[in-house]
Structures are given as structure tokens and as C-alpha cells.
Design a protein around this ligand. Sequence first.
Ligand SMILES: [Zn+2]
Length: 70
Amino acid sequence: MIVNLECEMCHFEFDTELGKLEMDKIGTLIYEKKPTCPRCKAYDKVFITDKGFEQLNKWFLKYLDQITKK
Ligand SMILES: [Zn+2]
């Protein structure tokens, strides 16, 4: 899924495709594709923005729904 992120290094905000998301047993978010900043090319150095958290919340509710139905 696409998530809004902010680069830790240059504070540039961007939307990026993180691929398939999963959550491990201790609640750490694992994403398929690591983000790279389009401006300074920092690799996997990002904060999730407020907008990104909203996107993740929606994803998380659907995800919970899926795993509880199995
Ligand atoms: Zn950057």
C-alpha cells in the first residue's frame, strides 16, 4: 500500500509504495519494500507522518478483520 512518509535526513515528505504490510507478534510493522527518499536517497530512514498514520489505521482495521476471520 501507499503510505505518506517523511525523510529523517532532509524532512522531505513523500508518498511511497511499501508493498505488502504485515504485523509481527509484538506489533512491529513489517513492510515488503523499504522506502528510499526521492530527494536525498536516504534508505529506510523515515518517519511516518500524521497522514501516513491515518492511512495505516485504515489498513490496520482491515487487517485485524482479516486475521480474526481466519
Ligand atoms: Zn531525504
